[in-house]
Write a protein that binds this ligand. Structure first.
Ligand code: SF4
Ligand code: SF4
Length: 355
């Protein structure tokens, strides 16, 4: 059973970044103009009912990252309080620009289990050129947000900084890693830029992704080939159920599939199962997948693991993930640190609370 459900409550964002497929130029057309029905806020009552429903169905984790900024949703506090009452784990990606220290303290008090702050630069002028229209206040909020989430959330909150590879990437990467070196965050990740249009998606700078079986065959021969992005349901602000993030882009070509994505199923799980069947059997769906470079292989994704300064790094096709090395093993030789990571030793030592 899929444990995570994604609920998109708003499409609004406080920024309009150049590379953004939804609000900027990262999509060849005008994303929301072509999909006006999802450019809305989900009414609070509907959102609360939905949360209770997915909890009843057994979903334990709710990801509240929208195609915009979660903290633009006027009722975000009520949503977090309800998720807490329902004992659901909450995961959110935010740009952090609206989050003062007081707001972050309040978010941690209510409860969030995984927060990802999308930053892209810690240098004010460059930040302002990437996140438009940013000012000094939103810049400071964003850059300080990960530190405050750790300060007020402690070990209850997994704090991640997420950056997208852009121009000045190598220089930027070094600055970001140095900036958070002593902040005891959980992860700093760097990903490639995605470009998209209604016909497909591409990851810039990445080798072409492996695809599922070709568009003319009628059945995917091996379930293991299913794209790892598929199957965790995404509930859109208008109630539509999508099966993966790739479906955002070909949303306006879903004519043959929309009937299955609508809320005609009594349960979210029922709708999800139906989408999974479609993944196996629908030629239309196969064609979308074959033009989507967001395909994620379920195995064999990691290209390299290494120690870089105060971080352990895992590199894959689309991501570079940096994990701060715990203080207690920071003075060990690099080879030994790498050995401990590769053999799961660090995980075990953390579990035993030795480090
Ligand atoms: S902050 Fe994120 S969602 Fe908002 S415009 Fe920028 S990239 Fe898009
Ligand atoms: S390849 Fe793209 S469209 Fe197909 S399941 Fe994966 S994310 Fe979705």
């Amino acid at each position: 059973m899929v444990k995570q459900v994604n609920i998109r409550l708003t499409a609004k964002c406080n920024y309009k970044c150049g590379i953004c497929p939804f609000h900027g130029k990262g999509y060849s057309g005008d994303f929301f103009k072509e999909r006006e029905d999802i450019n809305i806020d989900m009414p609070l009552e509907k959102a609360l009912l939905l949360l209770a429903k997915v909890r009843d169905e057994g979903f334990q984790v709710v990801n509240l990252t929208p195609n915009g900024e979660f903290f633009m949703y006027p009722h975000w506090k009520a949503i977090l309080q309800t998720a807490k009452k329902l004992k659901m784990k909450v995961s959110i990606t935010t740009n952090g620009g609206l989050l003062s220290e007081d707001i972050i303290r309040e978010v941690c008090r209510i409860g969030v289990s995984h927060i990802t702050v999308s930053i892209d630069s810690v240098v004010e002028n460059h930040y302002k050129s990437l996140r438009t229209p940013a000012n000094s206040n939103t810049y400071r909020n964003a850059v300080n947000a990960p530190v405050y989430f750790k300060k007020y959330g402690g070990s209850n909150v997994y704090v991640q900084v997420q950056c997208v590879e852009q121009d000045r990437y190598d220089e930027e990467k070094k600055q970001i890693l140095a900036h958070y070196e002593n902040a005891e965050l959980n992860q700093i990740s760097f990903s490639k830029v995605i470009s998209a249009n209604e016909h497909g998606t591409a990851i810039q700078g990445a080798a072409k992704g492996k695809k599922i079986s070709d568009a003319n065959s009628t059945v995917v021969e091996n379930k293991a080939k299913m794209c790892a992005n598929f199957g965790a349901p995404i509930l859109m602000p208008n109630g539509l159920l999508l099966g993966c993030c790739g479906m955002f882009y070909f949303y306006n070509r879903l004519d043959g599939l929309k009937q299955y994505c609508s809320a005609t199923h009594n349960t979210v799980k029922g709708g999800t199962d139906h989408l999974l069947e479609l993944y196996d059997s629908s030629k239309i769906f196969r064609e979308f997948c074959n033009t989507c470079q967001l395909y994620e292989d379920r195995c064999d994704k990691i290209e390299n693991k290494f120690i870089s300064g105060k971080y352990f790094c895992v590199k894959s096709k689309r991501y570079e993930r940096y994990f701060p090395i715990p203080r207690k093993i920071s003075t060990l030789p690099r080879e030994l640190q790498l050995f401990l990571y590769k053999t799961n030793g660090v995980k075990q030592l953390k579990k035993l609370k030795v480090i």
